[in-house]
Design a protein around this ligand. Structure first.
Ligand SMILES: [Zn+2]
Length: 166
């Protein structure tokens, strides 16, 4: 019994940084929007899986030669968070897709046909017309995005309530 309790304590300690890091990592690829001049041009190396695979391998290697017990959950969270971003960018691509095979191929993969010419505007102009009207044109994607955000908020609310009662 004492042993089981101790194990539980340990597992919650190693799992603790996982979700916050995953959340931050899921927006990290869009950091390239800061130095990009256009919406369609902002998919830099940060929007390729190989970049995050390198980060993950580097951190895993560092973790093996060090005593940082947080390295494993943190590196996994960064990798999964970034991949989550890439997958959703790929599904919801409107002006530019994801180069899944970079650097072996620079093919841009997308789920729906993209219109790169509509993305020849500064990133901050995404929130207004004409880009905004173009953005909401794909009804399926729009509702997919609204539903995903809705589900996230419901789960967040549930967890908050659970946290209060615990
Ligand atoms: Zn992105």
């Amino acid at each position: 019994m004492g042993n089981a309790l101790h194990q539980k304590e340990n597992s919650s300690q190693t799992a603790a940084p996982f979700l916050p890091v995953l959340l931050i990592a899921s927006i990290l690829p869009d950091v390239d929007g800061i130095w990009s001049t256009t919406v369609a041009g902002h998919h830099s190396i940060l929007h390729t899986p190989i970049f995050w695979l390198f980060i993950f391998s580097g951190m895993t290697g560092l973790g093996m030669f060090s005593n940082f017990s947080w390295m494993k959950p943190v590196s996994l969270a960064i990798f999964l968070g970034a991949m989550l971003h890439l997958v959703t960018d790929w599904i919801t691509a409107r002006t530019v897709g994801i180069q899944w095979l970079y650097p072996f191929s620079s093919i841009n993969f997308d789920v729906y046909p993209v219109q790169p010419e509509k993305g020849q505007i500064p990133v901050w102009e995404m929130i207004r017309d004409p880009y905004f009207s173009f953005y909401i044109e794909n009804i399926v994607l729009l509702w997919f995005e609204i539903a995903m955000n809705g589900i996230a908020f419901i789960l967040l609310g549930k967890n908050k309530l659970k946290g209060l009662s615990a």
